[in-house]
Ligand binder design. Sequence first.
Ligand code: BGC
Length: 246
Amino acid sequence: MAILGIDVGGTGMKGALVDTETGELLSERFRLDTPKKRDPEGMAQCFNEIVKHFDYKGPIGAGFPTIIKNGVCGSQGNLHKSWKGLNVSEVFSQETGLPVIVVNDADAAGYATMQYGVGQGEMGLVIMITIGTGIGSGAFFNGQLIPNVELGQIPYKKYKRIEEWASASAKERDGLSLEQWAERFNKFLKITDLLVAPDLIILGGGLSKEWDSYEHLIDSPVHIKPAALRNNAGIVGAAAAALTVL
Ligand code: BGC
């Protein structure tokens, strides 16, 4: 079944039609910049532009970069503070006139990877880490999602959240080389291991596209696999979420 999946990020919003049986993209990706204010009104309009681009009528699955419980935003994340407490499904449904099922973006990316990608059949505790504007995490125990696990929110030194120090946007903000950024990311991986001792970490998000260029710099206590779906996992998982209650 072809479902429109939209990955809502702090920097960009990306959509594509997805074959939910195979997890393959059935269209080109269409991407728009997230409005700088990251507010509900602007983001809902941007979301609708993506839907209009595909001239799509049907249920939409969306990954959203905050805690999401029953469609409601449970944390501000890297977005405008007015999102907190809003029903994101309703905000997007009202704007598009279509049903929108919303889940956390890293949970969506992880779901796609477990269902269609390198996570298939992986048992024990598997954590999907997405490296983008923030650091997202999707946790799966014996294939079952534990929703809204937020490893990017761990406080670190003067930072309220370690993602402010080790994400892709921190790399850009601080003008870090890959070597310098990898040192920070290695620290994040060590803390993750100390806290939840995963059996496997799967890397996704924007920076996972460049895995080949920094794999040799990563020093992880846990085995790491890059998500083969790379940065499309968020879109694919979001589309799958429209059909499955994650
Ligand atoms: C949010 C997470 C989200 C991650 C990646 C963090 O700021 O707290 O919910 O998954 O960013 O977008």
